[in-house]
Design a protein around this ligand. Structure first.
Ligand code: ASP
Length: 344
């Protein structure tokens, strides 16, 4: 800390023409999941609602970064807006497990320290991302699950709610549709696992996430989700697994993923993108596209990522029909999109 102060004093005394002047690069990207409503089922009114919430989240994170707050603060604030919205599969609006409950997963990673916090299978914590942050900052562990995580939330004074707080009619209907389809397919294929694979993506996935670069050059990534519709109770997806659904390292990039979690775990998606950048010396866009559009597509893994590097470059590739997403870089207008045509 002291060293930093001395260094800033020296830097502060240098003339304006010094090439060492800190540049005030900052940026944020967010996603609201790859399991989008198909374009044919989207109405202009619905689309507006999604876009407004995405804009609110990205602008909130952006404003914090602009004020000089940390990427961690920006990521948490943006994710909490999406957790509170019933439109997205995280917090309120989380999907249902096969037996009709909600089990939430979340994680956060600090790219400067490589500290991380994650929670899985929590049922009563209003903001799972806030709990993940507490695990990162106030426990000696990286991941807490189930009852132990909930007890920790209680001890830390986080808001607790009844599991029914997360209920929404739309997700309940999605569960009923999923169960009906599953039963039909199971009869046909005689295999629950294979039947599960056939569920359409638009009611299987969701998840929210944010990645940001702050004015100090630090990266943070965070992800929060209800998981997959009709998942077996106790199932843990990629979102709380550091390296799979979330990863941040100032030396390369910060990534938050959404999609078929089992593939993201097996292909170590978030960390693989950062590793490719670091070890192959390729750009963020090249690394993210390689993993999402080659590696995952070849494996059959559906979904996408949002990623940002230490220069503030942003990449948001997905191999699904769409991905709710938004981004905003220093001094620029926000970008918001849902379907492929506005991909970047
Ligand atoms: N990746 C999440 C999971 O598998 C789901 C999602 O992104 O929609 O739990």
């Amino acid at each position: 800390m002291k060293k930093t102060l001395v260094l800033s004093a020296i830097l502060g005394s240098l003339t304006l023409s010094t090439p060492l002047m800190a540049k005030e690069e900052f940026a944020i990207a967010i996603h609201g999941g790859a399991g989008t409503i198909l374009k044919k089922n989207m109405t202009p009114a619905k689309q507006k609602k999604y876009e407004q919430t995405l804009l609110k989240a990205v602008n909130t994170g952006y404003a914090l970064l602009e004020q000089g707050k940390t990427s961690q603060e920006a990521v948490i604030a943006a994710i909490q807006i999406l957790e509170e919205s019933p439109l997205f599969n995280a917090g309120k609006g989380a999907v249902y497990t096969f037996d009709g409950h909600h089990e939430l997963d979340a994680s956060i990673m600090d790219g400067r320290t490589l500290n991380a916090g994650a929670v899985s299978g929590v049922k009563t914590v209003k903001s799972p991302i806030a709990l993940a942050e507490k695990v990162m900052e106030e426990s000696v562990h990286v991941m807490l699950s189930g009852e132990g995580a909930e007890q920790f939330a209680k001890e830390k004074g986080l808001a607790l709610v009844d599991n029914s707080y997360f209920n929404t009619e739309a997700r309940y209907k999605a569960l009923q549709r999923a169960k009906k389809k599953l039963a039909e397919k199971e009869r046909e294929l005689k295999d629950f696992q294979a039947a599960h694979e056939t569920l359409p993506n638009n009611y299987k996935y969701g998840t929210v996430g944010a990645v940001a670069l702050d004015k100090s050059g630090n990266l943070t990534a965070g992800t929060s989700t209800g998981g997959m519709t009709a998942k077996r109770w106790g199932r843990v997806g990629d979102a709380p697994i550091i390296g799979a659904g979330t990863y941040a390292n100032n030396a390369s990039c910060a990534v938050s993923a959404t999609g078929h979690g089992e593939y993201f775990i097996r292909y170590h998606v978030a960390a693989d993108i950062c590793a490719r950048m670091q070890y192959q010396g390729i750009s963020l866009n090249a690394a993210a596209n390689k993993v999402v559009n080659d590696v995952l597509v070849e494996a059959g893994g559906n979904g996408g990522v949002i990623a940002i590097d230490s220069q503030g470059n942003i990449s948001m590739p997905f191999n699904s029909a769409g991905m709710y997403r938004a981004s905003r870089s220093a001094g620029q207008a926000p970008y918001v999109a849902i379907f492929k045509d506005k991909n970047k």
